[in-house]
Design a protein around this ligand. Structure first.
Ligand SMILES: [Fe+2]
Ligand SMILES: [Fe+2]
Length: 444
């Protein structure tokens, strides 16, 4: 897209600062495509039951799009099938590892349950099966003998290959998360260096000219540290009043140039419910954020589109803080072996392949909704998460996977868990060529 500012300059018109600001505003836009809104009310067992059924049929529909699974039958019909090859789409009800290394699965669909075996001799399949987790809906191809299903192949819903549209000129997006403002570990000077950089005020930092072209600044949660999030948190708080934590956040957000759009989703520490979907940061905690023209508050998770103009289709970003990361890093051995908390994008790939930000019921506290807010209905161009405090960038089938760093030094809790946060980094994406740069704002 040829900039209107460039066009004016070519015509010999020198735009005023107000005009530049206005033109930036016109071209800089954020659309909210999905922002699940849960209306609090009385929840009954029936609601969970219904949500579970709905979850199964949504995932089954994704799987039925896979050519290999088109002939899938219900579990109750498997015993009547004469052919050697049997295909089912089922929820993993239970996983048991036998002493021989063979896996005994209990599979369930709306017609019933059955036992399935993944034999230890099939090493490739066992390696794949190590990724299985309870409650996920998966395609299985195998054969039935005496009422037992012997698995030969496991197929996840997966995503189709994506092609991300690009702009004609430099447009930068900054990805951040986890400042934990209010914590005594908040890296104030480093974060202030980032804000100063956005304002073109920092000398000696590389890529100064890039700052002028930043048009979007995305925060994927844990922007404040909150109060009472874990026992004795007050000992680790510099600011013990959550309203004052938000006041400081608002001060910083106000310092971000107005031609940049700021998007904030909540995380684990914002002083709102922990169940997902989490509502956007409410007015009673941060009223000023609701009044600012360049600030967009979204739920967790939320799907947004940036920079949709006449000539550019825009780029979609799925923002998710990442509370469910803990469960899957803990439960899925291959994710730990791939780097665990140090390789956030491996967890992101795991989610994209399952089209679900938490395939196990209870992997993340979830409110029963007709449409599960954690299912990835529309494949995004970018998946942006926080929570693990370490930057990591990768791609999966064309989707750009971005795990953000933090602006909080290592806490005693993280030390105890053996985590290795890598604070002070900001990931910058150029929409012109999808190039990523990780800028370091640490002052020490
Ligand atoms: Fe955090
Ligand atoms: Fe978090």
């Amino acid at each position: 897209m040829k900039s209107k500012i460039k066009e004016l300059l070519e015509k010999g018109v020198l735009p005023t600062l107000e005009k530049v600001d206005q033109l930036f505003h016109n071209e800089t836009n954020v659309e909210i495509l999905q922002s699940p809104n849960y209306q609090p009310g009385k929840i009954t067992v029936k609601d969970f039951h219904e949500a579970n059924r709905q979850n199964y049929s949504t995932m089954r529909n994704f799987l039925m799009n896979r050519t290999e699974l088109r002939s899938a039958v219900s579990i109750s019909r498997t015993s009547q099938i004469q052919e050697k090859k049997v295909t089912v789409i089922a929820m993993v009800y239970d996983i048991a590892k036998l002493p021989t290394g063979t896996l005994k699965l209990t599979l369930e669909d709306l017609s019933g349950k059955m036992t399935a075996i993944v034999h230890s001799k099939n090493e490739d399949l066992i390696d794949k099966a190590k990724f299985l987790t309870k409650d996920e809906v998966v395609g299985f191809i195998g054969g039935v003998s005496k009422g037992v299903f012997f698995v030969n192949e496991i197929i996840w819903p997966d995503i189709p290959q994506q092609i991300i549209p690009t702009t004609e000129e430099d447009v930068y997006v900054a990805f951040l998360a986890d400042m934990h403002i209010g914590s005594n570990m908040f890296l104030k000077e480093d974060f202030e260096s980032f804000i100063a950089w956005l304002n073109g005020k920092v000398d000696g930092v590389k890529h100064k000219d890039m700052a002028k072209k930043v048009r979007y600044v995305l925060f994927a949660g844990d922007v404040v540290d909150g109060v009472g999030v874990y026992p004795q948190q007050d000992r680790e708080l510099e600011i013990k009043d959550i309203h004052k934590q938000y006041d400081l956040l608002i001060d910083y957000i106000k310092q971000i140039p107005k031609h940049m759009k700021v998007v904030i989703c909540p995380g684990t520490h914002e002083g709102i419910r922990l169940e997902e979907p989490k509502p956007k940061i409410p007015k009673y905690l941060a009223g000023d954020l609701h009044e600012m023209d360049n600030v967009v508050l979204v739920t967790d998770p939320a799907l947004i589109r940036l920079h949709h103009t006449e000539k550019y289709a825009g780029i979609t970003v799925l923002m998710y803080h990442g509370d469910s990361f803990d469960y899957y890093i803990n439960e899925i051995e291959p994710l730990r072996l791939a780097g665990g908390y140090n390789k956030g994008t491996e967890v992101q790939k795991y989610f994209l392949k399952r089209r679900n930000l938490s395939p196990t019921y209870g992997g993340q506290e979830l409110l029963p909704m007709k449409t599960n807010p954690l299912i990835i209905y529309q494949v995004p161009d970018v998946l942006h998460t926080g929570h693990i405090h370490k930057s990591d960038v990768s791609t999966y089938k064309g989707v750009l996977c971005i795990a953000s760093s933090c602006f909080q030094a290592k806490t005693a809790f993280q030390e105890k868990l053996g985590h290795h946060p890598d604070p002070g980094k900001v990931i910058i994406l150029n929409l012109r060529n999808m190039r990523i740069q990780i800028l370091d704002f640490t002052n020490t």
